[in-house]
Design a protein. Structure first.
Length: 457
């Protein structure tokens, strides 16, 4: 009887899977969006189960109930689970918003729609994610990726985090005068310590325009719950992180990076509002910038020099991501179940000769990594999903074999950030800094009366 029941459940799940794949195929080939050469958008479900899911391309519905908490979890499970679901709902909402705004460029062209690609962490036991990719025949974007992931590890007593939910967006337009853009928000619940947000928004033009940079930075400055000191510190922190020492320059022109936003500085609800407003501000402002760039000249009017300048910048972008970006390295080191999505930030083509020249300027052992990368990228400099998969393997192996290489990566000075956080809390709330010793209230001792005769003396 038990075997019969299992057989029936398996058959039902298989039928559901085939039905979902059939509907997904219809969605993938509905023609409406064609202005995207490649766009990836991801969303994940908390607690995805792996019931008979053998393919990473299957969308799995969210569970109806969360898994039971292990006794070793330090945080309150009910509270963390509600928070995680709230953040997951938030990133799903933002995913849809980013898709809509990007697809607005292509509404009337009759192109193909975005199609989803899902992945599972440990066959779904620990969550996973989904990214949406635009068709390869895009005329607006050379590469764009928006990944959302949600992972959880309550069943692993020694794992350092309970859960992590993140949205990451990278867009590389075809038009050389339209800047690239990177956006990231994440909510982390560590096993020990306080939950915190991380938020990043940076503008990365191949051909810098002062007006675009000013527009983007001014918009971020006016995000809801953004204090002046938090904005200023985030710019300093971002400029340090996105600096490329071997090339003596930054990756872009605007680098906004909130390293760690804890509840000492902003409560959870305000943090959700800030993340939502930051995302909305970033996508609206950015698409306006892209639209303005595209209205000034068509792709047919682009000069050879502008194309070369864009290719050189895309080479720099790849160089920074593979040799310096800690977020990318951490993703590749953690697991190999979303390699293409993790390296979705890489542009579709680079200048191999320029990258070879920069390999000679990279400090050891990073110069070895760049040389290995050159052996993988084809002679024409193109970067396909197959190339991304190969690059992920060699990058992961490089950092596992070279601990010194990870020390040479981007400046993520969280000690500096912690000190600045204390200053902001005191300045903005008037409360003692987080972790500061309580002030001792001494009794007021009245001054003794002085004899008038002594005063005269």
């Amino acid at each position: 009887m038990q075997n019969s029941l299992i057989h029936n459940c398996t058959k039902s799940l298989s039928t559901l899977q085939n039905s979902l794949n059939s509907e997904l195929t219809k969605i993938m080939f509905c023609s409406r969006w064609s202005n995207f050469a490649r766009t990836t958008i991801g969303v994940s479900f908390v607690g995805i189960t792996a019931a008979h899911c053998q393919s990473s391309d299957i969308i799995t519905p969210p569970p109806t109930t969360p898994p039971p908490p292990p006794t070793s979890t330090k945080n309150n499970y009910s509270t963390t689970n509600k928070r995680r679901q709230r953040v997951n709902n938030l990133v799903e909402k933002l995913q849809k918003r980013f898709v809509e705004k990007l697809q607005d460029f292509d509404d009337h062209s009759g192109g193909q729609e975005f199609y989803p690609v899902s992945w599972l962490r440990d066959e779904g036991r620990h969550g996973g994610g989904t990214r949406y990719q635009s068709p390869l025949n895009s005329t607006t974007f050379a590469q764009a990726t928006v990944n959302v992931s949600s992972v959880h590890f309550q069943d692993l007593a020694k794992y350092p985090i309970d859960s992590a939910t993140a949205l990451s967006v990278i867009v590389h337009p075809r038009h050389p005068r339209a800047p690239s853009m990177h956006f990231h928000i994440s909510f982390m619940e560590p096993r020990q310590g306080k939950p915190y947000w991380r938020m990043i928004a940076d503008l990365n033009p191949a051909i810098p325009e002062v007006e675009d940079t000013n527009t983007f930075t001014t918009a971020l400055e006016n995000v809801q719950h953004m204090s002046t000191s938090l904005y200023d510190d985030s710019k300093v922190f971002g400029n340090k992180y996105f600096y490329i020492p071997s090339l003596g320059r930054h990756r872009g022109t605007c680098h906004f990076f909130i390293g760690k936003l804890e509840e000492d500085e902003i409560n959870f609800e305000d943090g959700c509002e800030m993340a939502l407003d930051l995302a909305e501000t970033a996508i609206v402002t950015y698409t306006n910038i892209v639209e303005r760039a595209m209205s000034t000249s068509s792709l047919k009017d682009i000069t050879k020099e502008e194309k070369e300048q864009q290719l050189a910048y895309h080479t720099l972008y790849l160089y920074q991501v593979l040799t310096l970006d800690r977020g990318t390295t951490h993703g590749l080191m953690a697991h190999d179940q979303n390699d293409v999505g993790t390296l979705g930030s890489l542009p579709p083509a680079i200048d191999r000769e320029l990258l070879k020249y920069w390999s000679e300027r990279a400090p050891p052992p990073q110069n070895q990594l760049v040389s290995t990368v050159l052996n993988i990228i084809p002679a024409d400099g193109s970067i396909t999903d197959a190339t991304r998969g190969k690059l992920a393997s060699v990058v992961r192996q490089h950092y596992r074999m070279n601990a010194e290489a990870r020390k040479q990566q981007a400046d993520l000075d969280l000690k500096w950030w912690a000190e600045k956080t204390k200053e902001r809390v005191v300045k903005n709330t008037g409360l003692p800094a987080p972790g500061a010793a309580p002030q001792v209230q001494h009794a007021v001792v009245p001054k003794p009366k002085v004899d008038e005769y002594i005063l005269k003396l």
